[in-house]
Design a protein around this ligand. Structure first.
Ligand SMILES: *Cc1c(COP(=O)(O)O)cnc(C)c1O
Length: 364
């Protein structure tokens, strides 16, 4: 068959991506919430983004301008959001390629206005309020409303499209009825001042989904920016304890090839110092074990700890830049050189694997 496909491979099941996106979009839709599908977790691979659009994403969202440009050139048809606060040095591209951006700085907004005049274009912005996760956004309510009013009254080409918040990314703060309720309350105050409804009240990311599942999402929230919860949906199940059986967790699968298979002591021999990354490894002595060495490494997936081997009896032991070591002593199958082992992955693995130039992306 595809003997020319080079390992390691990141196999991406587009049907399963579509099913996940459709399920999440329908769930949110039933609560009057539209979705900006966040594609930064897999480096905005256009074939995957297409599935999100097909499934009905109202917006596509990314943090990286260079990949937004690629998506626009690929022909992604729905409005694109930049969800990292724009750099002053990328305002020209912002106005040229991006439909909506998240913002928190007056100076940046003024620069966007200037650039819009130059390019004879308009640009929509969502002002970010910081509810306590202390990453992006304005923390003071009065200052926030004043900035919203400034945009509404003084900027002609920059349009106040909505307000939003981000939670759970840095400070690990959990979205609740209370903190998101506060955002809704502020939205109402702004609407009263500007005499119109805001188009978007954006209540966070994947970590806000539990509020929907529990029926506790404040009504005024009409948008979420969802990445992980649509792509792998692993965090909600494993870290939050939600039933995610309707979601495919195997949309992205890592396939790596065995380059050495031998019986070796499980404990290193000699004076132990530090590994290639400056860490002191903690290694358990389990006597002589059969181990396989796979041709894929930290450069591709960053952390080995949470990789999930799909073959019974295979156990991840460790990794270095270009190698993954697995214990196969208890494996029922008779493994040999050149065999392939599959792994299911978590969000951080997907982030690195999808961006690694040494990984073949295979779409099925
Ligand atoms: C990354 C990000 C998201 C999406 O996060 P997920 O946990 O993948 O859903 C949403 N909003 C902003 C501002 C982000 O940076």
């Amino acid at each position: 068959m595809s003997s020319n496909l080079k390992y390691p491979i990141l196999e991406i099941n587009l049907d399963k991506v579509y099913q996940n996106a459709k399920h999440m979009i329908d769930l949110c839709d039933s609560k009057g919430i539209n979705i900006a599908s966040v594609v930064k977790g897999f480096n905005g691979l256009p074939q995957v983004v297409e599935q999100f659009v097909k499934a009905g994403s109202k917006y596509i969202a990314h943090s990286r301008m260079d990949q937004i440009v690629k998506l626009k050139e690929y022909g992604i048809s729905v409005p694109v959001m930049l969800i990292r606060i724009p750099m002053l040095s990328e305002i020209e591209e912002l106005v040229n390629y991006v439909d909506i951006s998240l913002n928190s700085e007056l100076e940046t907004l003024n620069r966007i206005e200037k650039e819009c005049i130059l390019q004879n274009k308009s640009h929509k912005i969502v002002l970010m309020f910081d509810l306590g996760d202390i990453r992006e956004g304005i923390m003071d309510e009065k200052e926030f409303i004043e900035l919203a009013m400034y945009v509404e009254k003084n900027l002609k080409k920059v349009h106040l499209y909505g307000i939003g918040t981000n939670l759970g990314c840095y400070g690990s703060i959990r979205p609740t009825e209370e903190n998101l309720g506060k955002l809704c309350n502020i939205a109402e105050k702004i609407e009263k001042n500007i005499n119109r409804k805001l188009d978007m009240v954006s209540g966070g990311a994947t970590t806000s989904i539990p509020l929907i599942m529990d029926g506790k999402m404040p009504e005024k929230i009409n948008n979420l920016r969802i990445g992980e919860g649509m792509i792998l949906a692993r965090d909600l199940k494993d870290y939050w304890g939600y039933d995610m059986r309707k979601m495919n967790q195997d949309t992205f699968v890592l396939k790596a090839e065995i380059v050495e298979i031998k019986e070796k002591p499980s404990y290193p021999i000699g004076e132990m110092f530090i590994d290639a990354f400056g860490n002191k490894p903690e290694i358990q002595d389990r006597g002589i074990r059969k181990r396989a060495l796979l041709a894929v490494g930290k450069q591709d997936f960053a952390y080995h700890d949470t990789l999930i081997p799909q073959m019974k009896g295979v156990e991840v032991v460790g990794s270095s830049s270009d190698h993954l070591i697995v214990d196969v002593q208890d494996c029922d199958q008779e493994l040999k050189l050149g065999d392939i082992i599959d792994f299911h992955i978590y969000y951080p693995h997907m982030l690195y694997l999808s961006g690694s130039t040494g990984i073949t992306k295979k779409y099925i």
